[in-house]
Design a protein around this ligand. Structure first.
Ligand SMILES: O=C(O)CCC(=O)C(=O)O
Ligand SMILES: [Fe+2]
Length: 316
């Protein structure tokens, strides 16, 4: 009777698919009927937060390579976690990394390096929905598509894990019925891509409603739109960095009870690496967001912030 998110692969909704919620029982009934040829539509059970729903089940251990994960470290503490056959063309949420392991089945992945992503935009600046679409050949609609080298194809077999770097656009097809485990993750090695993404999205938002920039409340309105477009506004980004920073400080102060990524433990070199990155991130945060935005964000945090920065700097 668990509720599971379902994407309808036959129906497009902006740059994604129409989504609904079913019980797992309803989905498996659909699946059995589909096997017998009694159902036409193609429903994909996708993005089920299984570990959140069944924390004691211990379905898997995160591979060591992917253990340093600020995103899950942050969300695990929040307690109010909400989020948002074929996955359309996209780069991952917040421009995070992702990893994906096939338990059974096969997937085809098509990857485009960051240098090519602009080629796959139409003349209005929207990314193509399906990289196989014939419309990409229409130069009046996709003026730069011919510049793309066509992407890098990977066939992922059962038992194999794919690492998706930040900013690499990709499209994925299930070639067979597939069960896979997938995480989006952020850590000290890609946090700056996340900040780049939030700042450039904010610029786009501000630009799109710049005629109202003299209206009262414009700055907070831009933040609201940023949150709905990018998934995170300046305030949330700040809270995220602060939680991670506080945990690194606790580690340095000898409180190691907070030093885990689920089953993995943080080491000192790792913590120092994270601290260096956090200092860069806070510096960028204060340099790149306008004073009006910082004012909204900092009101409740002012007193802590300088203490945090001083402490971080004292460790490196
Ligand atoms: O397996 C899929 O359908 C999509 C996976 C994906 O986009 C990812 O892991 O980043
Ligand atoms: Fe993805």
């Amino acid at each position: 009777d668990s509720l599971v998110p379902i994407s309808n692969c036959d129906s497009k909704y902006f740059n994604s698919q129409v989504k609904e919620t079913l019980t797992l029982r309803e989905y498996t009934n659909y699946y059995c009927q589909k096997q017998k040829g009694l159902k036409e539509e193609c429903l994909y059970l996708k993005d089920w937060h299984f570990v959140r729903d069944f924390p004691n089940y211990k379905a898997y251990t995160t591979p060591a390579y992917f253990a340093s994960d600020w995103l899950n470290e942050f969300w695990a503490l929040r307690g109010d976690q909400v989020d948002d056959y074929r996955t359309p063309f996209h780069a991952d949420v917040f421009r995070s990394f992702s990893w994906s392991s096939n338990i059974c089945g096969r997937k085809r992945w098509l990857f485009f390096p960051p240098s090519e992503s602009d080629f796959l935009k139409d003349k209005y600046g929207e990314y193509v929905y399906d990289v196989n679409s014939q419309s990409l050949k229409d130069v009046s609609l996709y003026p730069n598509a011919h510049l793309s080298e066509g992407g890098i194809e990977i066939i992922q077999e059962r038992g194999e894990t794919v690492f998706v770097p930040s900013n690499w656009f990709h499209q994925v097809w299930n070639l067979e019925d597939t069960i896979s485990i997938n995480h989006n993750w952020i850590n000290g090695t890609n946090i700056e891509f996340v900040i780049d993404f939030i700042i450039s999205t904010l610029k786009e938002v501000e630009d799109s409603i710049k005629e109202f920039s003299q209206t009262e409340g414009w700055v907070s309105q831009c933040q609201l739109i940023l949150k709905s477009v990018a998934g995170m506004d300046a305030k949330e980004l700040f809270k995220f960095l602060k939680v991670i920073a506080q945990r690194r400080i606790n580690f340095m102060e000898g409180n190691t009870s907070e030093s885990s990524f689920r089953e993995w433990k943080m080491g000192r070199n790792h913590v120092i690496f994270d601290i260096r990155k956090l200092i860069t991130c806070f510096d960028r945060y204060f340099r790149e967001f306008s004073p009006e935005i910082l004012e909204i964000v900092e009101k409740s945090d002012e007193e802590n912030l300088y203490i945090i920065m001083e402490k971080l700097k004292s460790y490196v």
